[in-house]
Design a binder for this molecule. Structure first.
Ligand code: GLN
Length: 302
């Protein structure tokens, strides 16, 4: 049922002016062709459509954040909100300003400060954090080749001065409990994972399927997955979360690699990849394509 509309959106998207810049502050990301474009949609009743570069892997970057959050939530449950808030920040993803006033409790788990706290929680609860986390993703998707891109992780570590500052600032408030370098190393690795649009849909399936993965594992219960999706809706696009909600009307998460994943709970998951970013660090063409999808089909949570 989605084939025709997606073909149409794909064609229209390819005709759009080339707006936005590829992220270069992580040197390794600058090597990607800015004109790549893929779109993939997977419905809960099994229809799958892949267009353009939907099967090519790219750096998922902040799209890893709902995944680390979900795993950390399985360990701490509601106690997790003692360490991180659930409010949109209205500030850029790498901002430090609010932390000073809020005594080291990041506004939400998707800004970098919040994701670093979540990384700290995983470093505490996992025996071999990096190995255990990538195995978790392989297990929920049955995609055994998922992996870290070590050159991207190394590249970000070499220029990640803001994240290094954030982690140290959080540590000064006592909201990083492990060694700062170990937490940053985990964070740079989670951001370096490569996936294609089609793989993202499989990994993110449980967000649309009431907490149950494509291969039938219950990660979180219905009420917990509601919380994860609510956070993606209100905070998934940083200081552009309102705009994404207004234009697209789906919970989702973006990354500076140019990917976006979004879902209509109980119906479908959709991923786009186009590396040109707007000034808020979100994929310009990805947002266009998703806006077209919910506008043309009338299928959004609103
Ligand atoms: N690794 C990136 C960073 O920490 C992720 C940012 C993003 O994708 N918005 O800056």
């Amino acid at each position: 049922m989605f084939e025709k509309v997606l073909q149409e959106i794909y064609k229209e998207s390819k005709l759009q002016p080339k707006i936005g810049e590829i992220a270069t502050y992580i040197p390794e990301l600058a090597n990607v062709n800015p004109d790549k474009f893929g779109i993939s949609l997977l419905t809960l009743d099994g229809e799958e459509i892949n267009l353009g570069d939907a099967n090519e892997r790219f750096s998922i970057q902040s799209i890893s954040k709902p995944l680390t959050l979900s795993l950390a939530f399985t360990f701490l449950g509601e106690k997790i909100w003692e360490r991180v808030g659930v409010e949109p920040s209205g500030s850029p993803f790498n901002s430090l300003v609010q932390l000073e006033y809020e005594k080291g409790i990041p506004r939400n788990p998707f800004i970098n400060a919040g994701a670093l706290v979540i990384a700290d929680i995983l470093v505490t609860h996992l025996k071999n954090p990096k190995t255990n986390f990538i195995n978790f993703l392989r297990e929920i998707s049955d995609i055994n080749t998922l992996d870290y891109d070590l050159s991207v992780a190394k590249s970000e570590a070499s220029t990640g001065f803001r994240n290094i500052a954030l982690a140290n600032f959080l540590k000064s408030f006592g909201n990083i409990t492990n060694n700062v370098d170990e937490v940053l190393d985990f964070y740079f690795h989670q951001c370096s994972i490569s996936m294609s649009c089609s793989e993202l849909n499989k990994v993110f399936y449980f967000f649309a399927n009431e907490g149950v993965t494509l291969n039938g594992k219950e990660i979180l219960n219905r009420s917990q997955i509601k919380r994860m999706n609510a956070l993606m809706q209100s905070c998934g696009f940083y200081d552009e979360s309102g705009e994404f909600t207004y234009r697209v009307g789906l919970p989702g998460k973006s990354g500076v690699g140019g990917g976006i994943v979004a879902m209509l709970p109980k119906k479908f998951i959709v991923s786009t990849w186009s590396p040109r970013l707007n000034s808020n660090g979100n994929s310009e063409l990805g947002m266009f394509a998703l806006e077209q999808l919910t506008t043309k089909t009338g299928m959004s949570i609103f």
